[in-house]
Design a protein around this ligand. Structure first.
Ligand SMILES: Cc1ncc(COP(=O)(O)O)c(C=O)c1O
Length: 370
């Protein structure tokens, strides 16, 4: 049996008529840039979050960069974020001229909120928690710290569309939240796409302007900006998919709980540890084992695709070697780095596929013992 890591074709086949129609409609009207699809998506996405503003942008990395730039973050500033994330979180900080300050992870693989305060100094300007794998960071503690120290709070929700912390959607705790709609995300476009949400109207105008060459009206460039608009065709696709997001998240949750059951007690496998009072949306189902690399190869040989999120943590990436971070500063991150393995996860993943994944893992450990 073959089990792909994700299968984006299933949803396309399901929604083919609607998606093809939505794309064709943009083409028929040649409304490629800033068409009505973008406005519709921004309004609907903001409504789902109960926030005043959504700004569609080109991708989730730009969403972070634009947010920070328009909050005035730049050279001389320090921005606290988590040691284990996709490179964008740190990359965008560096692009503003600020310094990324990494904090170790907790048992839930999100930023260890209890350690953040020791990194706060007079240069600290913002905290960027990442709701990694779809699991919310400890927003109660993080929000209190941001308020206490008067810091901007930017939530990186690239992997956490509609995830909740204590019944409230993550992305609504901070000043700004950023999203990626990279195709494999829980809400994925058919190319690069992203968005920013905020309740701050003035900031929203600035961010919209900056993402559009510093102009709201054509040729009225009130500031220097960049070109990072949400593409109309991508917005059209997102409009078709958005109404299904909650249902798809529930299907992922169901799959995750099935995996939890069938993987229990196999070898040294540790299934995802979930924080109390959160809704994890399982963008990634990440297990841990001391035998990660061997198991990954074994699964691949047996037709099961897996991934690693991420093989090298941010402080140890060559790109950030100038910051001179040491492994002993991040014991939590270091301890899982060689153990994490992401199993196939998508809403339509079938029970027999998950059974096959669990049986193959079982076989791996049986053969290891012999
Ligand atoms: C945690 C995190 N932050 C930021 C991004 C950046 O998003 P994009 O790929 O749309 O630029 C991603 C996407 O992979 C991500 O997973």
């Amino acid at each position: 049996m073959k089990v792909p890591f994700v299968d984006l074709k299933i949803q396309y086949n399901l929604l083919k008529k609607e998606i093809d129609g939505a794309i064709q409609s943009v083409i028929d009207r040649t409304a490629f840039i800033q068409g009505e699809e973008v406005k519709t998506f921004e309004q609907n996405f903001a409504k789902h979050y109960g926030v005043k503003n959504c700004i569609g942008v080109a991708n989730g990395t730009d969403a972070l960069y634009i947010s920070m730039k328009m909050l005035g973050i730049g050279p001389g500033d320090e921005v606290i974020t988590v040691a284990n994330s996709w490179i964008s979180t740190a990359e965008a900080i560096v692009q503003t001229g600020a310094k990324p300050v990494f904090v170790d992870i907790d048992e839930y693989a999100t930023i260890d909120a209890s350690k953040i305060e020791e990194y706060i100094n007079e240069k600290t300007i913002a905290i960027i928690p990442v709701h990694l794998y779809g699991q919310p960071a400890d927003m109660k503690v993080i929000k209190e710290l941001a308020e206490k120290h008067n810091l901007y709070l930017i939530e990186d929700c690239a992997q956490a569309h509609f995830a909740e912390f204590e019944g409230k959607k993550v992305g609504t705790f901070g000043d700004v939240a950023t999203f990626s709609f990279y195709p494999g995300k829980n809400l994925g476009a058919y190319g690069d796409a992203g968005a920013i949400i905020t309740n701050d109207d003035e900031l929203a105008i600035k961010m919209r302007m900056y993402a559009n060459h510093g102009a709201i009206k054509k040729h009225q460039h009130l500031m220097e900006g960049i070109n990072s608009r949400l593409d109309s065709i991508q917005a059209a696709i997102l409009n078709v998919k958005l109404p299904y997001l909650s249902q798809w998240n529930e299907m992922r949750l169901k799959n995750a709980s099935y995996y939890d059951d069938i993987l229990e007690g196999i070898g040294d496998i540790i299934t995802p540890i979930v924080r109390k009072n959160v809704t994890h949306i399982y963008h990634v189902y990440c297990i841990r084992t001391q035998h990660r690399d061997e198991l990954k190869t074994f699964l691949e040989t047996n037709g099961i695709e897996t991934a690693i999120h991420y093989p090298v943590a941010l402080p140890f990436m060559e790109a950030f070697s100038n910051l001179n971070y040491r492994p002993d500063e991040f014991p939590g991150t270091v301890s899982i780095q060689d153990q994490i393995l992401s199993l196939p996860m998508y809403p339509e993943l079938k029970v027999d596929m998950m059974n096959y994944v669990a049986d193959t893992i079982k076989l791996f450990f049986i053969q290891k013992k012999q």
